[in-house]
Design a binder for this molecule. Structure first.
Ligand code: NAP
Ligand code: MG
Length: 462
């Protein structure tokens, strides 16, 4: 049975294209092919595998503008972001293209022989990608997986499959053998589920919601299948009175509005030391009102639309529809502007938290909404920052070096930045504490997540 999916431009609500969705049979065939070509792929010499990945990077780079425009149309990303995202795929491929020749094991001193470890590929690795960053999140999975000698099947989100499909074509154009890297656009409940239940898939690399991630981990247990999970976040942005408050306030908007807030690293809980609360809010309001929301294809736009009407409904359920869904109405401090008419627009929205029990304070909204709360001292800031199920990201603003070190060690999150909001660099590890996930992507150690360590002892007494 074949089903189709209309890909819709979130800024115009126009149908971009209609795709045939892949079913279980085609998924099984792609996995069988990935198994079949696996031995030949892992037998490619390290230098040649590295060279193929560099060629893949070059071809992606040549198509940066095409890929970026595709993402503007499919996901409503601003053109500036979309170019960065395509460039991130290039960078990640180049970074891991050095890995095949550096997949070192160890030689460990033992009595009576030689002991050596090897990093062996897992076999078929599956990557399940969400709609919020279709290109980067795909690359963080497939690049290290391929570099380590695995074959890869990848499922993009149903809402945003176009750039992944194109990357699959570019891989073939770059000379990757057929079947080594296969894109399977289809439903999570069909293709994604099959990755988890198919015995020949040795690993699931998943990014998305915590609930789906938990379900995958539960089912993966049946086959002791390896998982990496990158899940949600509710990250804190902590502004101390001794910080450059002006800079903290000026940079706070894009720390939660980037990608229209559809970012697992969004700093959606702002904690401001009481002494500077009013000064911060005054400057923050001016900065929010200045954010340019509009046509994502326009070079000067800072924020585009939400990805879907469903996602916008979810965001509304936290704000204007809160009472209709049985929750207290939040206190709106101020809002920015957004276009009206066609397109899934939502204005930048700042809420004043009543307390840490507020639904908007606790739950991941995944839209351009932030809550602000004052705190008294360092201990209070740390306690409030850690009062969450999540632990993905966060920022600390202070000029006191000792405090920066103490607080960054005390906040339970995988990726923190001091006096900045940066989260992701391809050369450093990325991932979450607590309900934000399991495992780390990117950086020098990501290959461990795509290999098994094999220890071999050679008897030298014979
Ligand atoms: P989701 O359901 O977790 O989707 C993420 C990916 O998993 C998609 O490719 C999805 O496919 C697939 N999937 C869904 N059900 C599956 C299953 N049972 N087995 C295997 N794969 C499955 O996330 P969503 O519905 O798009 O978004 C819901 C919320 O999740 C958001 O509001 C946000 O809070 C959070 N989220 C977080 C991140 C993040 O970066 N951490 C990313 C996206 C969403 P289909 O899309 O084709 O169903
Ligand atoms: Mg879903």
């Amino acid at each position: 049975m074949s089903t189709t999916h209309d890909v819709i431009n979130p800024a115009t609500e126009e149908v971009v294209t209609t795709l045939d969705l892949v079913g279980v049979e085609e998924t099984d065939a792609a996995i069988a092919k990935a198994v079949e070509v696996g031995p030949a792929w892992r037998a490619v010499s390290p230098a040649d595998r590295g060279m193929l990945l560099r060629r893949f990077a070059d071809v992606v780079e040549e198509h940066t503008e095409e890929l970026a425009r595709l993402e503007v149309t499919n996901a409503g990303h601003t053109i500036g972001n979309a170019r960065w995202e395509a460039g991130n795929v290039v960078n990640v491929l180049r970074y891991y293209s050095a890995a095949p020749e550096r997949l070192f094991g160890r030689q460990i001193p033992v009595a009576g022989g030689l002991d050596v470890t090897f990093k062996e590929p897992l076999g078929v690795v599956s990557v399940i990608v969400p709609w919020n960053f279709p290109m980067p999140i795909a690359g963080w999975g497939f690049a290290p997986a391929l570099a380590a000698g695995n074959t890869v099947v990848l499922k993009p989100a149903e809402l945003t499959p176009l750039t992944a499909i194109r990357l699959g074509e570019l891989a073939l154009q770059a000379g990757l053998p057929e079947g080594v890297f296969t894109i399977l656009p289809g439903k999570g409940s069909v293709v994604g589920e099959r990755f988890v239940t198919h015995p020949d898939v040795r690993k699931v690399c998943f990014t998305g919601s915590t609930a789906v991630g938990q379900g995958i981990m539960r089912k993966a247990a049946d086959q002791l299948k390896r998982v990496t999970l990158e899940l949600g976040g509710k990250s804190a942005n902590i502004v101390f009175a001794d910080a450059d408050v002006e800079k903290a306030a000026a940079s706070a908007p894009m720390s939660f509005l980037d990608n229209a807030g559809q970012d697992c690293c969004a700093r959606t809980r702002i904690l401001v030391q009481r002494k500077v609360y009013d000064a911060f809010m005054e400057r923050f309001e001016a900065a929010i009102r200045a954010v340019r929301v509009g046509d994502p294809g326009d070079e000067s736009t800072e924020m585009g639309p939400m990805v879907s009407s469903g996602q916008r409904d979810t965001v509304r359920s936290f704000v204007e529809d809160a009472e209709a869904t049985g929750h207290a109405a939040p206190d709106i401090a101020f809002r920015g502007a957004a276009p009206s008419g066609k397109g899934w627009w939502y204005p930048p929205t700042v809420l004043m938290a009543h307390g840490t029990g507020d639904r908007a304070w606790r739950e991941e909204i995944f839209g351009p909404v932030v809550s602000v709360m004052p705190f008294d001292d360092e201990a209070d800031a740390i306690a409030k920052a850690n009062d969450t199920a999540y632990g993905l990201s966060g920022s600390i603003w202070t000029r006191d070096v000792g405090r920066a070190i103490r607080v960054s060690r005390a906040v339970e999150a995988g990726n923190l930045s001091v006096n900045s909001h940066s989260s992701v660099r391809y050369s450093t590890p990325f991932g979450g504490f607590k309900a934000s996930g399991i495992g780390r992507e990117l950086g020098p150690d990501a290959l461990d997540a795509f290999t098994e360590t094999k220890n071999v002892f050679f008897d030298t007494q014979a």
